[in-house]
Design a protein around this ligand. Structure first.
Ligand code: UGA
Length: 441
């Protein structure tokens, strides 16, 4: 099938590439000429394990192409995916200008039926706005061409996006059109083999499903973090509690890992957006507000431990930091807990010596060159002449380090662990002062 994908960001690029990988003829569109040129040469703008070879292969097979030409783009696919950004406004509402601009682009050029598919995470009612924008352009041209606007939210996790796309646990499609339903069934048939994973529903419900899924996951995280904070005060161990509750299949083990807060481009933005969406229909989303508040507190947790340990005096101290990205297997620093920590340490007059397996360029890009930030090439180098070690991301390489080396290199044997990677008893045996989340210190 011929498919056009507007936006070569994270969602658009993964969607376009995976669709091309199973044999569809995909044209990805972006306004950024340099990005398009790079992509044509297999240079991809994001770090996502497994993506680059599939892009290269699909380009080589002639099934994945990139363009900045809007005429060509609209002409290409009967299916037109919108996967452009929806940045958060000041009040947490999603900014739809790029989505609407794509709708207009399509309306200004289409001459035959198109199914316009929304992949971007958009507020409930956006499909109707896209329809209006499209229709406005068609009317202005005086042409009458049929189209459908479909909601098809994505459920990709950064770092596992290829697998999530190739082996989805569900494919949610919101539409009231049989024609569009048939097209999407055909499009996703290669991903829908062993059992039917497609869930069809009305458009508004599909739009809300996306927010509800992320809101639920964020709620699980804030819930366990709140229990961790309580466990700390009550002398209990949250890791034992986690095991105890996870064994109940109604609760499950997934997404109840306590830590220094959730980050990334989705949960923080979507929780804020749903609070805002609720406000607009005169409903106060109290639970979501609490989820957001708990996460805000949690992101300061590591800093609180650090100030407590050093009696509030951090001026002139140097901290080794392991992990900058908001989670492992990505270089994404958006809303990363490490940023809250780093900025608080700087404000207190401390320096940071950091290592991350892939997010160092991104960190440099965000903070530029500064005297109080040293980015080093190995996790061991981060420890040199540092007053303590702080861990923000649970990269595999941090899970079983050489504890003797950590102890002998640090100026003080202190570890602040925002991801509960080690056993407190073992750390005590090694002679560390060990702070973890909800584990009794
Ligand atoms: C999330 C969802 O998991 C995807 O299903 C969704 O498609 C995506 O948002 C999106 O809306 O595009 P992602 O932001 O890539 O995916 O990251 P997650 O793996 O969900 O992790 C989010 C944050 O929660 C990370 O900071 C992680 O460290 C934290 N987390 C996760 C915890 O603190 N505890 C947990 O138990 C799980």
């Amino acid at each position: 099938m011929k498919v056009t994908v507007f936006g070569t960001g994270y969602v658009g690029l993964v969607t376009g590439t995976c669709l091309a990988d199973v044999g569809h003829d995909v044209l990805c569109v972006d306004v950024d000429q340099k990005k398009v040129d790079n992509l044509k040469n297999g240079i991809i703008p994001i770090f996502e394990p497994g993506l680059e070879p599939i892009v290269k292969q699909a380009v080589q097979n002639g099934l994945l192409n990139f363009t900045t030409n809007m005429d060509e783009a609209v002409d290409h696919g009967e299916l037109q995916f919108i996967a452009v950004g929806t940045p958060s406004g000041e009040d947490g509402s999603a900014d739809l200008q790029y989505v609407v601009a794509v709708a207009k682009t399509i309306g200004q050029r289409m001459n035959g039926y198109k199914a316009v598919v929304n992949k971007s995470t958009v507020p409930i009612g956006t499909a109707e706005k896209v329809s209006e924008a499209l229709l406005g352009e068609l009317n202005a041209r005086g042409v009458d061409v049929p189209f459908d606007v479909v909601s098809n939210p994505e459920f990709l996790k950064e770092g596992a996006a290829i697998n999530d796309f190739m082996k989805p646990d569900r494919i949610v499609v919101g539409t009231n059109s049989e024609r569009a339903e048939k097209l999407l069934r055909e499009l996703y048939a290669p991903f829908n083999r062993s059992h039917d994973r497609m869930i069809f529903m009305d458009v508004r419900s599909a739009e809300l499903t996306k927010y509800a899924a992320n809101a639920m996951l964020a709620t699980k995280i804030s819930f366990i973090n709140e229990m961790a904070n309580l466990a700390e005060k009550l002398g209990a161990d949250i890791e034992q509690v986690r095991n105890g509750i996870g064994a109940d299949p109604r609760i499950g083990y997934q997404f109840i890992y306590p830590g220094c807060g959730y980050g990334g481009s989705c949960f923080p933005k979507d929780v804020k957006a749903i609070i805002n969406i609720a406000k607009n229909v005169d409903y106060q989303a109290s639970l979501m507000e609490a989820v957001d508040r708990v996460n805000h507190i949690q992101k300061s947790k590591l800093y609180t431990y650090v100030t407590k340990h050093f009696g509030g005096n951090l001026k002139g101290k140097t901290f080794a930091l392991w992990g900058l990205a908001f989670k492992p297997n990505t270089d994404d620093m958006r809303e990363a807990p490490s940023r809250v920590l780093i900025e608080a340490l700087w404000a207190a007059g401390a320096k940071v010596q950091a290592y991350d397996p892939v997010a160092m360029d991104e960190t440099q890009h965000i903070y530029g060159l500064r005297e109080d930030l040293k980015l080093v090439g190995t996790k061991e180098a981060a420890l040199e002449k540092a007053d303590a070690l702080i861990i923000c991301t649970e990269w595999k390489t941090f899970r079983a380090p050489n504890f003797e080396l950590i102890k002998s290199t640090l100026l003080n044997p202190v570890v602040f662990d925002g991801r509960n990677l080690y056993e407190p008893e073992r750390m005590l045996e090694y002679g560390f002062d060990y702070y973890a989340v909800g584990r009794g210190k």
